[in-house]
Ligand binder design. Structure first.
Ligand code: AMP
Length: 221
């Protein structure tokens, strides 16, 4: 159960990853969450990447690969993981392949969640995140019970700085140019599957789980 969730920002990767964590008991590895935590704590790494995140640009491949390799070596990843927001470029996918080979030829399942562009902008502008536990809400599709407050932990809901309309446009452009080629890449690797992200959240999750089968590919293969 080694998942990669692919798709543009706002398509529901984080939401699905959080559901899969509950159902499968394997960790969500959201590189965006990891970077935002560094920014919040004002660590040297956080200071280095803050502006990149605010503009919706990508952090360098070398740095991302180092961060992800460290994370995947942790013991909670031995049974599986859900990569959310990584890889985002072909060099990151190549680097990931090398990391997985070192980790005993793990079998990846790559799932693209697809949603039309018009829907994405609406989803992103209505997205709110819990400042404490990172749970994802959508003011139109999955609103909290009490406005501004997280249902799970009572934390304050915030809008990400990069979920404002001008930055969203740039993030979608970056996605098309740098990340979309991963679809062809993983199709060639024989591990790609897609799910329609317009369906209800639980349906999308069920379909992802039903994709379990023999169509994963050994990283060593
Ligand atoms: P996300 O939460 O996945 O939308 O990521 C938020 C931001 O973090 C992105 O817009 C990038 O600036 C940065 N980021 C997250 N993951 C990556 C990655 N794999 N490669 C480069 N930058 C990333």
């Amino acid at each position: 159960m080694y998942y990669v969730l692919l798709g543009p920002p706002g398509v529901g990767k984080g939401t699905q990853a959080q559901l899969l964590v509950k159902k499968l008991g394997i960790p969500q590895i959201s590189t965006g969450d990891m970077l935002r935590a560094e920014v919040k704590q004002k660590t040297p790494l956080g200071k280095r990447v803050r502006q990149i995140l605010e503009k919706g640009e990508l952090v360098s491949d070398d740095l991302m690969l180092k961060i992800v390799e460290e994370r995947l070596k942790k013991p909670d990843c031995t049974r599986g993981f859900i990569l959310d927001g990584f890889p985002r470029t072909i060099p990151q996918a190549e680097g990931l392949k090398g990391i997985l080979q070192k980790l005993n030829g793990i079998t990846l399942r790559v799932v693209e969640i697809s949603v039309p562009d018009e829907e994405i902008v609406a989803r992103l502008t209505n997205r709110r995140i819990c400042s404490q536990c990172q749970k994802v809400y959508n003011l139109l599709l999955a609103a909290p019970k009490v406005a501004g407050i997280c249902d799970e932990c009572g934390g304050a809901l915030i809008q990400r700085k990069d979920d404002r309309e001008d930055v969203i446009k740039n993030r979608l452009m970056v996605y098309r140019k740098q990340t979309k080629p991963l679809i062809e890449y993983y199709k060639k690797e024989g591990v790609y599957q897609a799910v329609n992200g317009l369906q209800p959240i639980e349906t999308v999750c069920r379909q992802i789980l039903q994709m379990h089968g023999m169509n994963g590919l050994k990283a060593s293969g």
